[in-house]
Ligand binder design. Structure first.
Ligand code: CP
Length: 277
């Protein structure tokens, strides 16, 4: 019955144990929770987080139940906390929440009995994304101790940047934020000596200042500012040709994008299993 409310609450031992369990699932380990029901309360759009949580529940033998604004009483003005309480009254065994409201998952957790899992919270946090990114980088490097990871672009509006900043630093990495409003406004300086480069989607749908992100586009030319053979990551969905070039995104010798996506399923299985236990 363990919630996952924020990246900051994850210590090194918990991060590594979730990644170990995700690797075991990736290698074929099985777990069976046929009597468990997972409520998926998604107040914002999602493809991969939603589907991978649904798939994770199914792979664990549990049953997912989806609730989003479309076609529900959320459109009649019901709050997300009341919608979560409704799922709780129906005896779901975990509530997975995606919300634009900062503090939304914590508020819900204070009102329900079921464990709550943060599946993306406004501009502030996306813990399972941080975990799957850490797993992907650990798979690539073996250890993150002393590795420099440059996170580039629309940092100010990115929950992926803040989650990764905490989780990767906890695993020993040096995290550089590169973009407008950060210490590293110049891409060349920000990427110097970087061992890995993480692009961020330009999030036009979010409130906050929007800058010219063209100087932060990562392609085969600009990634040369980083260390030779530095891999590139992106949480997806990507704006091809905006924050990353299509050619680099599809270059399997440099791009970890689809490995990140794949690892998301196994991380979410590990997180749901922990929530049920
Ligand atoms: N990376 C991520 O959270 O993608 P979705 O918005 O499609 O879930």
């Amino acid at each position: 019955m363990t919630s996952l409310l924020s990246s900051e609450r994850l210590d090194r031992t918990t991060i590594l144990s979730l990644i170990d369990r995700a690797r075991a699932f990736k290698n074929g380990a099985k777990a069976s929770f046929p009597d468990k029901i997972v409520g998926l309360l998604f107040m914002e759009n999602s493809s991969r987080t939603r589907v991978s949580f649904e798939m994770a529940a199914i792979r664990l033998g549990a049953n997912p139940v989806f609730l989003g604004p479309e076609g529900s009483s959320i459109q009649k003005g019901e709050t997300e906390a009341d919608s979560a309480r409704m799922l709780d009254c129906l005896r779901v065994d975990a509530i997975v929440v995606r919300t634009g409201t900062e503090g939304g998952p914590a508020e819900i957790a204070s009102k329900v009995k079921a464990p709550v899992i943060n599946a993306g919270e406004g501009k502030s946090d996306h813990p399972t994304q941080g975990l799957l990114d850490a797993m992907t980088l650990l798979d690539h490097f073996g250890s993150l101790d002393g590795k420099t990871v440059a996170i580039c672009g629309d940092v100010e509006r990115s929950r992926v940047a803040s989650s990764n900043q905490h989780i990767l630093k906890t695993l020993g990495a040096i995290v550089r934020l590169v973009g407008p409003g950060t210490e590293y406004k110049d891409l060349k300086t920000g990427l110097k000596d970087a061992d890995a480069v993480m692009c961020l989607r330009v999030q036009k749908e979010r409130e906050g200042a929007s800058y010219d992100y063209a100087p932060y586009k990562i392609d085969h030319d600009s990634i040369k500012f980083a260390n030779a053979n530095a891999p590139v990551l992106h949480p997806l969905p990507m704006n091809r040709g905006v924050e990353i070039s299509s050619e680099l995104a599809d270059d399997e010798t440099r791009s970890l994008l689809w490995k990140q996506m794949e690892n998301g399923l196994f991380i979410r299985m590990a997180v749901l299993e922990r929530a049920f236990s």
